[in-house]
Design a protein around this ligand. Structure first.
Ligand SMILES: Cc1ncc(C[n+]2csc(CCOP(=O)(O)OP(=O)(O)O)c2C)c(N)n1
Ligand code: SF4
Ligand SMILES: [Mg+2]
Length: 278
């Protein structure tokens, strides 16, 4: 006879606002996996939870700020990074993480993203890249692969997308990695690593969005997109954005390179008064 196990608590109850559950995400959505890893890394970081701040913009990915049981800011669309920078400047002792989506960070917020990376502001960014604007109905955005379908690209996307590791490397970030949401151990390792890495850090996580992206692209459900990542992702060690082909083409049988691509020590942004005579 099947037995039913009742549990009163979840291992992440301490870090997640369980009173906000159930969450809004669709079955098979990849965001929750990454939120869980983020929560685990906060608990394992050795940094008191009241020193962690999460900032999100708007979108399905942006809902994470509302679900974490730490000080959190669910801000306006595209503006997570300036809010985060303001917090960091006012309270440099805090660990400020931006958790948001490709549309929020790279489309409407794209200018903030590149300038925060140029300044090398001491902010940790986790970017859910599901190749579309999921929340608003599967429109094409700046990371939608060339030729992929979207509700606003019924004949296939005629535009070339941003390649986020290239963009962030060129803009000046100290640390850049890309994973899929299958790579939970590596994502956690990188989040923990970036807590000790001064300057702007950026972790891109490729995530299934079966409703917004999958439906338009013949990917039946979240599991099928994760199978695609399992079959195609190739982990590169000490990858170099100058020599590797990191462009993503989900239609071609082409590897998707994941791994760490930038790890350097440019001076981070410090709002100190420089000696004008030095
Ligand atoms: C100023 C403004 N413009 C447009 C919108 C509509 N809008 C809400 S979420 C979103 C896109 C979010 O995309 P992404 O960051 O990729 O998040 P996802 O839902 O895919 O996780 C847009 C355009 C808005 N809320 N505010
Ligand atoms: S629309 Fe996409 S990103 Fe939004 S909750 Fe559904 S599956 Fe997730
Ligand atoms: Mg998106």
């Amino acid at each position: 006879m099947a037995s039913v196990i009742h549990v009163d608590s979840h291992p992440l109850d301490e870090i997640i606002r369980s009173d906000r559950m159930p969450h809004i995400w669709c079955p098979g959505c990849g965001i929750g996996v990454v939120m869980r890893v983020y929560g685990q890394s906060i608990l394992e970081s050795g940094i008191p939870t009241d020193q962690h701040i999460v900032v999100s913009g708007i979108g399905c990915s942006g809902r994470v700020a509302g679900y974490m049981n730490i000080d959190s800011y669910h801000t306006t669309h595209g503006r997570a990074i300036p809010f985060a920078l303001g917090i960091k400047l006012a309270k440099p002792e805090l660990m400020v993480t931006v958790f948001s989506g490709d549309g929020d960070l790279v489309a409407i917020g794209g200018n903030h993203l590149i300038h925060a990376a140029r300044r090398n502001a001491d902010i940790k960014v986790i970017c859910i890249n599901n190749f579309n604007y999921g929340m608003t109905g599967g429109q094409a955005g700046p990371t939608t692969p060339f030729g992929a379908y979207a509700t606003t690209a019924p004949y296939g996307n005629p535009e070339l997308p941003f390649n986020l590791p290239y963009l962030l490397a060129a803009s000046g970030a100290n640390f850049v990695s890309r994973w899929s949401n299958l790579h939970v151990r590596q994502i956690k390792e990188d989040i923990l690593y970036t807590y000790n890495k001064p300057g702007f850090t950026f972790i891109e996580v490729l995530c299934p969005c079966p409703i917004g992206f999958g439906k338009s692209n013949n990917i039946d459900d979240g599991l099928e997109e994760m199978e695609l990542y399992r079959d195609r992702c190739v982990i590169t060690r000490d990858g170099d954005v100058n020599t590797e082909d990191l462009d993503i083409d989900l239609r071609a049988d082409k590897p998707i390179y994941v791994g760490r691509f930038v790890n350097r020590d440019r001076m981070e942004f410090r709002p100190v008064e420089l000696d004008r005579h030095a």
